[in-house]
Write a protein that binds this ligand. Structure first.
Ligand code: BEZ
Length: 211
């Protein structure tokens, strides 16, 4: 299956480091970050999962539940979690799906046969509370992902879902945003953006980040 932005993330049931998981029940109306990694007991994956664990407060603040996946089994995940906790000085507090039969990996397109016949690639999907897929990224096995960037995308999605704005390149929380080009009515603009805006071009209008 090829998942695309806007698709509904499919449900699944699978074993994990914390027991049997029904994905939709796990999400329970929250935002979700589902990410695959090539294998347990590998260096880059160890740092990625450790860093994600360290960000757990940040995920919680945004109402996001993280869940990892590889094709290793539950016992391997549990043993590896001890290593992650020890070496990354953290506590992994999210599940790792044990996708031994590749059921979820195939459902979500996490196996790219020309990269590896057997291992999952480094993919990551952001799912909103309506279970819509909002971001899909895939990195090569040799490159660890930037999980601060994932938080930045979640901030952008949560902001732009509620205001008629979009976030410019490298935007960070608190910085100016752009007014969506489809919003033309000056009265509505004044009402939505009482702090005003700066039109650099008619299509490039900057305004302070709305509350
Ligand atoms: C790693 O996570 O360190 C890794 C996994 C597969 C290939 C190369 C590196």
């Amino acid at each position: 299956m090829t998942l695309r932005l806007g698709d509904i993330a499919p449900n699944f049931q699978q074993e994990s480091s914390v027991g049997h998981i029904d994905f939709y029940s796990f999400l329970d109306g929250h935002w979700g970050v589902l990410f695959s990694h090539p294998a347990d007991f590998t260096p880059v994956c160890t740092t990625e999962l450790g860093f994600t664990a360290k960000l757990s407060e940040e995920f919680n603040k945004r109402g996001v539940k993280a869940i990892a996946l590889s094709v290793d089994d539950v016992e391997s995940h549990k043993n590896w979690i001890q290593d992650i906790n020890e070496t990354q000085n953290t506590t992994v507090n999210f599940p790792i799906i044990a996708d031994k039969d590749r059921k979820v990996s195939e459902l979500y397109g996490f196996i790219h046969p020309n990269a590896s016949e057997t291992l999952t690639v480094r993919s990551l999907i952001i799912i909103d509370p309506n279970k819509k897929v909002r971001l899909i990224i895939t990195y090569p096995a040799s490159t660890g992902r930037n999980f601060n960037e994932i938080l930045r995308v979640i901030d952008s999605l949560q902001l732009t879902d509620h205001h008629k704005v979009a976030t410019p390149a490298n935007w960070q929380q608190g910085e100016d945003v752009v007014i969506v080009p489809s919003l033309k009515d000056e009265d509505e603009i004044k009402q939505r953006f009482p702090k005003g805006y700066k039109a650099i071009k008619p299509y490039l209008r900057l305004t302070p980040q709305p509350e």
